[in-house]
Design a binder for this molecule. Structure first.
Ligand code: VG1
Ligand code: CO
Length: 543
């Protein structure tokens, strides 16, 4: 088998965003586009003699891309690749495997919650030896390399059988095709009380529904919930991964997981409902006629962590991304543990987790996770909730309401304006930035601005700095508005507005979020002229 060294020219647009390189399939299929980026990864990370983990969420072009990457890995001297059977591995499973096998890192082929299929998106995420998303310093270096690349290496060899379990040799590279679920399931068993959850799920009285949205979580949920924990077959819906996710949008939120939401808010719903995204790292939690905001979910997991075997001895600390509500901050204060505020994106939790400074962390975008791996973890959150429900034997709604009574309620909403004009989106942000110094002290009705800035973060462990991570306007009555532009969209720009308002009085905790936040939403319009700049009169998605 010959190693080809193929001449190539750079593509300008290979800068990774919030979570890897994410592009329309048509972009990724351009001549040598994938090859350039993969060679840039190998050149930057160093591939000779290394062990890597490779998997994807099963979306369109997954299998073709796997073949290219495997042949390139062989030509670049990679020693061993742990590959999920069929090219499938969830993002949390990849993270766990990197750690288990002490691999140099991993490549995950996924555009996460973005739609798949021929017309959809494709993505390439790079993870490091701790199992977590590459830090900015590494993605910047990969990007820099991609801008000067002039050749890549690829083995001239027949395709690898991705479906047959066992070892195969590709030149000097050994590929271990493994069951994508087994190691992850064992890890979950080490964290949660499977006997207790099993009693709850198989007892007959408790009904549960998990919607995998035809994405990668399906095989994991089938094994864990139905086979190992004894939930009735049918508990997992849309459990077969499809290349186009059945035409859906694999985003677990109130808009895109519509079928599950209708079930949970319909007549005689199950006791517990959950959905996951394309690559299995996000989760949405629902009870009967009850939606748990991701920010509340993180706070509730932290407050109940002592009920779960893995966290029985307490939490070292917690962290949340800037736009995530401060619900978890209150729990941390009550527990007497530190709470860190990071920029958006899981990579910012990595150092805190590695240093043992935090045990749990999460984002408002339906991502929660812990120190067992270095990615957010959808099914972990589901099992965590089920473990709490199995101990407390209350409904999801009772648990949420009691939490609000104890800690107060953080009303919360995110408004996304998707596919808007880039230039206008940037103008909105720049105009806001220029207003920042004039806002503190100004009053808008009962809201007086206390702090307004463009969030800068200094990593407490390695001291690295990240600037312009989101514009926050904080009011004296513990309300907040955050504005930022998405780093994962692929069509036009996406503006995200985040609204939060704190309500300690249990008598005033029964409004809908849209009622409670109406004043703040109007205020955002007044300050930022959202309608004018987005040319939209309402958001595309509200979560
Ligand atoms: C979004 C979310 C962010 C999340 C990121 C990746 O980023 O807001 O919280 O970490 O997606 O999630 P952005 O830049 O579009 O707001 V995933 O499930 O794609 O790894
Ligand atoms: Co995801």
């Amino acid at each position: 088998m010959n190693i080809g060294i193929v001449a190539t020219t750079p593509y300008e647009d290979q800068k990774p965003g919030t979570s890897g390189l994410r592009k329309p399939v048509a972009t990724v299929r351009q001549f040598h586009y994938l090859e350039n980026f993969v060679q840039s990864i190998f050149d930057t990370v160093g591939s000779a003699g290394q062990t890597l983990v490779l998997g994807g969420d099963g979306r369109y072009y997954n299998r073709q891309a796997m073949q290219i990457i495997l042949k390139m890995a062989a030509a670049n001297g990679v020693r061993r690749v742990w590959l999920g059977q069929g090219g499938l591995l969830s993002t949390p499973a990849v993270s766990g495997l990197i750690r288990k096998h002490r691999a140099r890192g991993g490549i995950i082929l996924s555009a996460s919650h973005n739609p798949g299929g021929r017309q959809g998106d494709f993505g390439i995420k790079v993870n490091g030896s701790n199992g977590g998303p590459a830090p900015e310093s590494l993605t910047d270096a990969i990007y820099a390399r991609s801008q000067i690349i002039d050749c890549f290496r690829i083995l001239d060899a027949p395709d690898v059988d991705l479906d047959r379990l066992g070892s195969v040799q590709l030149g000097t590279l050994t590929i271990e095709v493994i069951d994508p679920v087994a190691d992850y399931a064992a890890l979950m068993q080490s964290l949660f009380d499977f006997d207790l959850i099993g009693d709850l799920l198989s007892g007959g009285g408790f009904r549960c529904c998990v919607d995998a949205l035809h994405a990668v979580t399906g095989p994991y949920a089938h094994v864990l919930l139905e086979q190992q924990l004894g939930a009735p077959v049918g508990t997992v819906r849309h459990g077969t991964p499809l290349e186009d996710f059945g035409g859906g949008h694999p985003d677990p939120n109130l808009t895109h997981a519509r079928e599950l939401v209708d079930l949970m808010f319909g007549a005689d719903p199950p006791d517990f409902g959950a959905a996951s995204d394309g690559d299995g790292d996000r989760n949405m939690i629902l009870g009967r006629h009850c939606f748990v905001t991701p920010s509340d979910s993180l706070a509730i997991l932290a407050a109940n962590a002592h009920l779960v075997p893995a966290y029985r001895s307490g939490l070292a600390g917690v962290a949340r991304s800037l736009p995530t509500s401060a619900a978890v901050d209150r729990v941390a204060a009550a527990l007497g543990i530190p709470c860190y505020e990071t920029p958006t994106g899981w990579k910012f939790f990595g150092n805190l987790l590695d240093a043992g400074a935090i045990t749990l962390c999460g984002e408002e975008s339906f991502g929660t996770g812990a120190n067992h791996i270095r990615e957010k973890d959808g099914l972990w959150a589901v099992l965590f909730w089920l473990n709490i429900l199995a101990v407390r034997r209350q409904s999801v709604e009772q648990i949420v309401r009691q939490h609000w009574q104890t800690y107060g309620r953080h009303y919360y909403a995110r408004h996304d304006y998707e596919g808007i004009d880039h230039e206008r989106a940037n103008r909105l942000i720049e105009r806001l930035r220029s207003q920042l110094p004039t806002l503190p002290g100004r009053s808008f009705g009962p809201y007086t601005v206390q702090l307004s800035d463009d969030f800068s973060y200094q990593d407490p462990i390695d001291g690295s700095l990240s600037h312009q991570q989101g514009i926050r306007i904080q009011f004296s009555n513990e309300s907040r508005i955050v504005f930022r532009l998405s780093g994962t969209g692929t069509h036009g720009a996406t503006l995200r507005l985040y609204f939060e308002r704190y309500e300690p009085d249990p008598r005033r905790q029964n409004w809908s979020a849209s009622q409670a936040l109406a004043d703040l939403i109007a205020l955002a319009e007044e300050i930022a002229q959202v309608r004018h700049y987005t040319e939209r009169d309402r958001p595309t998605v509200i979560t």
